[in-house]
Design a binder for this molecule. Structure first.
Ligand code: G
Ligand code: G
Ligand code: NA
Ligand code: MN
Length: 249
């Protein structure tokens, strides 16, 4: 298939790029970190969404090299931003690989990045399907010193009771929930209860997909310590993040 072949070529020739989206402190709105998001400009076609090509990478065995590229690039780039944390998405196909911890260790060593500045984000869908393996993998990754976050929380069917035993360092509330925080009373109450429960387990919470000041205020009020969304910045090239830091320095 042509798309798969082009993707293979893009990975091999390093034609994928990373965009970085700001994460800010909920109280001060100061920049505290970035989430790395992979981008592919397919020659002759234009941008293809990761929502399209990540699943293709998964089924065609390309996810390992794609994931390795993303992690290495993000760690390398992060070295110019010593004050920031950097989040990297990990897809189920990477996480499932027993060698995943080994290659994370390898990249950390190779790029000489401080492990504690890296957060690996895994989606709740994977966790539910493989609770036992997830627990073991998280333990091994945390042994390397990296942080592990549960991404897209609330988008699926996860039991919040699971949260503590998995040892997540952070949860990220899915933007599909955050969107309705000031529109739908039940949604609002659900969100409030979810954040409160996470906090009662001492797990810090990020709200994703913040687009309005009103959403930011509400999520902060509920107890989120960190916010992400177009209100604070869309995914952008690394140079723009550097500019943002220079304006603050
Ligand atoms: O950046 P964008 O909104 O287009 O991302 C769409 C989806 O692709 C999101 O669910 C996001 O988590 C996922 N995604 C973006 N970059 C990466 C990546 O580097 N690795 C993995 N596994 N998923 C990614
Ligand atoms: O699944 P994940 O949380 O990794 O998805 C991240 C993606 O969500 C990013 O690629 C980004 O394009 C998108 N995103 C981030 N913030 C916002 C936002 O405020 N509004 C919308 N509509 N999308 C967002
Ligand atoms: Na993600
Ligand atoms: Mn994410």
């Amino acid at each position: 298939n042509a798309l798969e072949l082009d993707l293979r070529i893009a990975i091999e020739s390093g034609d994928l790029t990373l965009a970085y989206q700001p994460l800010v402190d909920a109280a001060t709105q100061a920049l505290t970190g970035v989430e790395a998001l992979v981008r592919w400009n397919r020659p002759g076609y234009g941008p293809v969404s990761p929502e399209v090509f990540i699943p293709i990478a998964e089924t065609s065995g390309l996810i390992e090299s794609l994931g390795l590229f993303v992690l290495r690039k993000a760690c390398d780039t992060a070295k110019q931003w010593p004050e920031l944390n950097v989040s990297v998405n990990v897809s189920p196909g990477q996480f499932r690989n027993p060698a995943f911890t080994d290659y994370v260790r390898y990249v950390l060593k190779q790029t000489e990045i401080e492990a504690s500045r890296i957060t690996l984000e895994i989606t709740e869908g994977y966790m539910i399907q493989n609770p036992q393996r997830t627990r073991q993998s998280i333990e091994r990754l945390k042994g390397l010193g990296v942080k592990v976050a549960l991404d897209d929380f609330g988008s699926g069917f996860s039991s919040i009771g699971y949260l503590r035993q998995f040892g997540f360092d952070r949860i990220k509330i899915d933007r599909s929930l955050v969107m309705g925080v000031n529109e739908d009373k039940r949604q609002r109450e659900m969100l409030q209860a979810t954040v409160a429960l996470a906090r009662s387990l001492d797990i810090p919470v990020t709200a994703e997909g913040i687009e309005t000041e009103g959403q930011a205020v509400a999520m902060r009020l509920f107890g989120c310590d960190s916010l992400q969304g177009y209100l604070f910045g869309k995914p952008m090239v690394a140079e723009r993040i550097t500019d943002m830091l220079n304006e603050l320095r």
